[in-house]
Structures are given as structure tokens and as C-alpha cells.
Design a protein around this ligand. Structure first.
Ligand code: ADP
Length: 736
């Protein structure tokens, strides 16, 4: 065999091996795919069957609860002794709790099996809010809480979305707010931002309750997790509510955030985008349309002795419940236990309303409805038919409507809901309204306060940012004062102490003066306060590198809030102020928080900050520089310029000779900075200078460069303390 033949054979063998390997791998791959497909199918089937199990369990449990709640309501109506009433009230509370739990478990199982779906409908925003408020205000009132709803009149009148689930979200969060608040207030503000045909509706729910510990916030939306268990042991709950809320909000493409200060209160902000159906503005909301609120004692809402109503349910106990609940309305009630019997009755009776159970053996409620509608010679073909069902869920309502039902009542039914539904469907000429809820409804409107516009973003900063008050007002900013400590006490910068007085004090007595940023708790209270007026806060802080900086403190406080963003400017005084103004300008132009922060990050290197000081004495007093340097500079008639380099104040230039001459040189040098000067505004921030001196500085500036606005701004006492009189700075943007 030649070497060539050997090579050829080896080549063929190699190809054979490779081919069989590829075939083997392909087969294996196919097997794996088939196996994982089978597994996925199995999981899906498992999920579906689990979901089915939970649904039928919920259905089965609902039926006996219906009997318990219904019969118990009859006991409550009977004016029995106090003890019996108390026991019955406890049964009522426990059954409602059980029901709530079943609903939550049903929702959770749907989410877990990926089967939760939304049922969008066009809904009236005012009616939706009325329903939510009418369910809760009485609870707030019982706890003596101030309960207010503040709705923006520009909210669109009609939106497209899953109304039932939105109500569920709001009720859950409001209910928590009431539950976890002992005194004070619970407030809901509703606003919206429009983008094309979508309204981003922002619900802000704040309370003055027990608050949530910072470390608990990440677990807030975890199922079955109740945070701060020790403290909340005696407050009813399962820890499912917020987890479901979050999953619904996510499903709707929305967002939920929490800001909370432990022991002070919490704010939940829920944003839900909804398609606009009618952009007619809602205007002042009319809560009177809300369902009748809670009544202390049963009062029938109407009487209709001429009304003919048929109730169809295979469970005798359910029929008894309906019969008893409707007794006072004096309607003519027939009851039957099957679809077949129902058809016998509808053949020769003209019913106004038929209450129809869904799940019945032999003929179910849907089949029966269709047969009634098409019954040859039947007298009830036009009757209003209400689905009476233990199948809960928002999708169910749409489902029954799709089948041709005129109404939908979920078991367990309350007498109130039953009466309301019948009242809605009965011809008005055979109904006599007896009870009235007007008084209570009137009262519930009182909770709606005149609307105050809430901003999407508010810019806040420190008093040391030295922003002229006209600009603070123009951009709706909020300013937290720094503290100035003297031997006479500690004062709020600018609020309680004013620069001139402070300088005089420093001149007269060589008293020690220190300035400091407010503490974490003060920042927390400040942020919590401002969050009442805005959804997000961008806090513009002084450089983190200067002594006693407010930056780290603000960051620590902001960690308690989801919507407070602290921006370290690396600047101080009006340099910090310029950045705050830019932030406010961008916010007013509608820019988002991340975009604003990104912009500020770029621009912070384009803010020029420096001050020329008369003497270094004050810095020495504040222990910012050594005594010796200060004495030396005085002896040499040196006028140092302090400039901010990489977030720190350092002596960047020195000028010798008279004040006037030094100022002249300073102004000339400054405007030779690298980069193009943005001529929109210049800040001349000063300490202890006379009108005449300022005028001469202005002249020096105008001789060199023409700005649109020059703001002469007195430096805050906190800055004055470190610089002393005869100081001024030039602060401006360079283009970025
Ligand atoms: P629960 O059924 O326990 O209320 P949630 O999921 O609704 O369950 O809430 C989870 C936990 O979050 C609660 O146990 C409570 O500790 C805390 N929490 C929720 N809302 C508030 C609030 N407004 N104030 C204080 N704590 C709250």
C-alpha cells in the first residue's frame, strides 16, 4: 500500500467518523428538543390544571360562604340583642376576610400559571373613582382619618383598560394606607400625562401612617411576605395584596414605586398607561354616582310589589338567601332549582328580571339563557337576565356580557348589591324608592378636595445654592435651609438668620460660627413634604467633597424613597444653583428623570465657579485653611481667588495690590476661560458689598461681555461665614 492510499483510506475513515458523529449529535439534539417540548407541555398542562383546581376550589368555597354571609345579613337586619349583633358582625368580618383570601389566591394562581389576562373595556374615569372612594371612605372615617381625593380636572373622561383590576389595585393600596395609619390623613391624587392617544394616569396614594423600614422595601411586593411582622401582628393581612398589585401593574405596562419614611408615612405612586377613548376633560368629579356607601343598619332602597323576578339556582340554600335578602322589597319572587323548571316558568310568565346561576347540572345557566331568548311562545324572551355566579374575576364579567347576560353578580352577594342591580334593571314605573343614601353620598363628596396640580418632576436644592428667589419661584423649586450655629444658637440659613446680621456678629465678637447641612431626618421630612407636590424629585446637592456637605446626607435620606434622585453637582453656591436652574428648565420642558440626570452629568463640567475674597480670615476661622496662611495673605495685601476644581475649593489665583485693581484683573482673567461662554445668565454672588462696589463690578463685566441676564445675588449666610465681606464670585455656564 502506498502512502497515498493509506492517506486516502484514513481520509475516508475520518469522513465516516465525522458524518456518523454529526448524525448522532443531530439525533441527540432532536431527542433533547422533543424532550424539552414535552416537558414544557407538561408544565403548561400542570399549570392549567393547577389553575383549574384553584378556580373550581374558589367556586366551591364561594357557595357555602354565600350562605353564611347571606344568612348572617338576615340576622344583622333583625334588630336582635347587642350580643347577637356583635357575634353576627364578627361572622361577617371573618367571612369577608376569607372571601378576600380566596380572591387573592385565585389571582395568584392565575399569575403563576401565566393565565392572567386583562379584560380591557371603555370606562368612565369619574365613575371608576367614585366606586373606589365609596368602598373606602367609611373605613377612613371610622378611624377618624382625613381622607381626601384630589383629581386633576384634565383627566380624560373615558379610558380603555381593565377597570375592575384598576379598582382592585387602588382599593388594595388605599386599604393598606388606611389600615397602617393610626392618625392623620390618607390622600389620593390623580393626574395624567398625555402622549398621542395614551394617557399615563398617575395615582399617588400617601398616608401619615407607620411607614416602612428601608430594609423592608425590597420585599414589599413579594407574595406572602408581611414586613415588620412584630409591629403588624395585630393588623389583619396575608401579604398577598401588594404582590398582586405589582403583577397587575406590570401586566398593564405600568409602574409602582414606594417612598416611605419609617414612623412617618408612606407614598405609593402607581402609573398606568391607558388608551384615551374620549379626551373630553373630566372636570370636577361628581362622586354622587358612587354606589350607596356603607349603612349602619339595613334600610331597603326600594319597593316594587309589581315586579316579577325569577331566581334559578340548583342550591336551595342560595335560593333561600336571595329570597330572604329581597323580602323587604316586596317583589313577586319565584324560585326554581333547574334550567328545565326555569323554562317551564318563563313559558307563561312575563318576568322583568331573571337571576340565573351559571353552574347547574344538566342545563347550565348559559344554555338556559339562550333557550329563554329563543323560546317559542315564551313570555320572558325580553326579560333582563343577570348571571349569578361564584366565578369571580374581571374576565368573567366580559364573558357573561358576551353570552348575552344583562348583568352580573358575584357570590357571595350582598343585599345591597342585589337591590342595586335589580333597581338598575327594573322598569322605573313599577319601583318606589324608599330609602335614600343621598345624605351619605353628599358627605362622601366632601372628601374630594379642590385640585392642586402635581408636577411630574420637582427640582429641590439647598439654601447654599444661592438662587435668586425670582428663579426659585419661576421654576417652582423647593429649597432646604442649611443650619448656621453661633454661640447664640442654631439658625436656619436664610430663614432665621440673615447675612448682614451674621457678618456684624462675626465682626463684633470673634465668636465661632459653623455651618452645617441639615441631617438625614430633616432631609427625609423635606422630601416627604415635597413629594406631596410632585411625583419625582431631583435634588441638586452641593459638592460631596466640601466640608459638612449636604450631599451624602441627602443621599442617605433619598434611599428611603423610590422617586428622589440626588445629583452631586461638584459645585457650591450659585454654581450649584446654575445646575439646579438647568435641571428645572429641562423638567419644565418635559424631559424624563434619567435624561435630565444624564444632561446634568455632562453640564456639570461646564459650570464655572470662582470667588475673589478680601481676606482668608474667615476661611481660617472656619478651619478651612491654616491661620498662618491667612495672616500672611493679609500682610501681603493678597486677594486670593477661590475656584472649584474637581469639587474642591482651592486657591486658584492671587492678585496683589488694591481691591479695585484685583477685582479688575479677576474679571478679566475669568472671562478668558476655555470653552465658549453661554451668555444666557451670569451670577454675581456676593458677600458684604455696597451698592457702589457692585455697580463698579457690573461695569467691569459689561465692558467685556454682554450677558442676557446678570443676577446679583447675596450669598447665603452659610457661604458668607466662610468668605467674609468684600467677596464676590462670577458663576456661569460654558456651552455644553
Ligand atoms: P397585607 O395583607 O399584609 O397588608 P400587603 O401585600 O398588602 O399585605 O402588604 C405587605 C406589607 O407591606 C404589609 O404587611 C405591611 O407591613 C406593609 N405595608 C403595605 N402598605 C403599607 C402602608 N401604607 N404603610 C405601612 N406599611 C405598609
Amino acid at each position: 500500500m502506498t502512502a497515498r492510499t493509506i492517506l486516502e483510506i484514513a481520509g475516508v475513515v475520518l469522513i465516516l467518523i465525522l458524518t456518523s458523529m454529526i448524525i448522532y449529535l443531530q439525533k441527540k439534539f432532536k431527542r433533547e428538543i422533543a424532550r424539552s417540548r414535552a416537558q414544557a407541555k407538561e408544565i403548561e398542562e400542570l399549570n392549567i390544571s393547577q389553575n383549574r383546581f384553584f378556580s373550581s376550589m374558589s367556586h366551591e368555597i364561594r357557595t357555602p360562604i354565600n350562605t353564611i354571609i347571606g344568612m348572617n345579613e338576615m340576622i344583622l337586619r333583625e334588630n336582635a340583642s347587642d350580643e347577637i349583633n356583635e357575634n353576627a358582625a364578627n361572622i361577617q368580618a371573618a367571612s369577608k376576610m376569607l372571601l378576600h383570601l380566596i380572591n387573592d389566591i385565585l389571582d395568584m394562581s392565575k399569575f403563576e400559571s401565566g393565565q392572567m389576562e386583562l379584560s380591557p373595556v371603555a370606562y368612565h374615569t369619574g365613575d371608576m373613582l367614585s366606586d373606589v372612594v365609596s368602598m373606602l371612605w367609611i373605613k377612613a372615617k371610622e378611624k377618624n382619618l382625613d381622607f381626601t381625593i384630589d383629581v386633576s380636572p384634565d383627566l380624560p373622561e373615558s379610558l380603555m383598560g381593565d377597570e375592575v383590576r384598576i379598582k382592585q389595585i387602588l382599593i388594595n393600596v388605599l386599604n393598606n394606607a388606611i389600615k397602617y395609619t393610626r392618625e392623620g390623613s390618607v390622600r389620593m391624587q390623580i393626574q395624567c400625562e398625555r402622549k398621542d392617544d395614551v394617557a399615563n394616569v398617575i395615582y399617588t396614594i400617601s398616608d401619615t401612617g407607620i411607614g416602612i423600614k428601608k430594609e423592608s422595601i425590597p420585599y414589599l411586593f413579594t407574595a406572602f411576605k408581611r414586613v415588620d411582622e412584630d409591629r403588624n401582628r395585630y393588623i389583619e393581612g396575608t401579604g398577598l395584596g401588594l404582590s398582586i398589585v405589582k403583577q397587575f401593574v406590570d401586566l398593564m405596562g405600568g409602574k409602582i414605586t414606594v417612598n416611605s419614611v419609617y414612623t412617618k408615612g408612606s407614598t405609593f405612586i402607581i402609573e398606568i398607561p391607558q388608551k384615551i377613548v374620549s379626551d373630553k376633560h373630566l372636570g370636577e368629579i361628581d362622586i354622587k354616582k358612587g354606589h350607596g356607601p356603607h349603612k349602619e343598619r339595613y334600610v331597603k332602597s326600594f319597593e316594587a310589589p309589581k315586579a316579577r323576578v325569577l331566581v334559578v339556582d340548583d342550591t336551595m340554600a342560595n335560593l333561600l338567601v336571595v329570597q330572604k335578602l329581597l323580602r323587604e322589597t316586596r317583589m313577586q319572587l319565584d324560585i326554581v332549582t333547574s334550567g328545565k323548571e326555569a323554562l317551564q316558568m318563563t313559558f307563561d310568565t312575563d318576568y322583568h328580571v331573571i337571576l340565573m346561576d351559571h353552574m347547574m347540572p344538566e342545563m347550565n345557566g348559559i344554555e338556559c339563557l339562550h333557550k329563554i331568548r329563543n323560546q317559542n311562545g315564551g313570555l320572558s324572551r325580553e326579560a333582563k337576565v343577570v348571571a349569578l355566579t361564584a366565578n369571580a374575576g374581571s374576565d368573567m364579567e366580559a364573558f357573561y356580557a358576551g353570552e348575552g347576560f344583562d348583568g352580573y353578580l358575584v357570590k357571595p352577594i350582598s343585599g345591597e348589591a342585589l337591590e342595586a342591580e335589580l333597581y338598575r334593571l327594573l322598569p322605573k314605573d313599577i319601583v318606589v324608592v324608599t330609602g335614600t343614601n343621598e345624605m351619605l353620598a353628599e358627605e362622601s363628596t366632601a372628601w374630594i378636595r379642590s385640585h392642586r396640580k402635581k408636577a411630574a418632576i420637582m427640582v429641590t436644592t439647598e439654601s447654599v445654592a444661592d438662587i435668586p428667589s425670582v428663579l426659585v419661584e419661576k421654576y417652582n423649586m423647593a429649597v432646604i435651609p442649611h443650619m448656621v450655629r453661633t454661640s447664640k444658637g442654631t439658625f436656619s440659613d436664610g430663614l432665621e438668620i440673615e447675612t448682614r446680621g451674621l457678618l456684624a456678629y462675626m465682626e463684633s465678637m470673634s465668636g465661632e460660627v459653623h455651618t452645617r447641612a441639615p441631617g438625614v431626618a430633616e432631609h427625609e421630612a423635606f422630601f416627604a413634604d415635597q413629594l406631596q407636590h410632585a411625583t419625582n424629585i431631583i435634588h441638586i446637592s452641593i459638592s460631596s467633597k466640601v466640608e459638612n456637605s449636604g450631599c451624602l446626607v441627602a443621599k442617605e435620606a433619598a434611599a428611603n424613597f423610590d422617586n428622589v434622585f440626588v445629583f452631586d453637582t461638584g459645585h457650591l453656591s450659585s454654581g450649584q444653583g446654575l445646575i439646579a436652574i438647568e435641571a428645572a428648565r429641562l423638567a419644565a420642558a418635559g424631559m424624563s428623570v434619567p435624561d435630565i440626570l444624564a444632561n446634568l452629568e455632562k453640564m456639570k463640567n461646564h459650570v464655572y465657579t470662582s470667588f475673589i475674597v478680601d481676606t482668608l480670615d474667615y476661611l481660617a476661622r472656619g478651619r478651612q485653611i491654616g491661620d498662618k496662611v491667612a495672616r500672611l495673605s493679609k500682610a501681603l495685601m493678597i486677594h486670593p481667588v477661590l475656584a472649584l476644581i474637581k469639587g474642591r475649593m482651592i486657591v486658584s489665583m492671587v492678585f496683589f495690590g488694591s481691591r479695585e485693581r484685583s477685582w479688575e484683573q479677576y474679571v478679566r482673567k475669568v472671562f478668558r476661560v476655555s470653552g465658549k461662554i453661554d451668555k444666557r445668565m451670569l451670577f454675581v454672588t456676593y458677600v458684604g458689598m455696597t451698592q457702589k462696589e457692585l455697580e463698579s463690578v457690573e461695569k467691569m463685566i459689561r465692558a467685556r461681555i454682554e450677558f442676557d441676564h446678570i443676577y446679583f445675588q447675596k450669598a447665603s449666610p452659610a457661604i458668607a461665614v466662610n468668605c467674609g465681606p468684600g467677596t464676590f464670585g462670577l458663576l456661569f455656564y460654558t456651552e455644553y
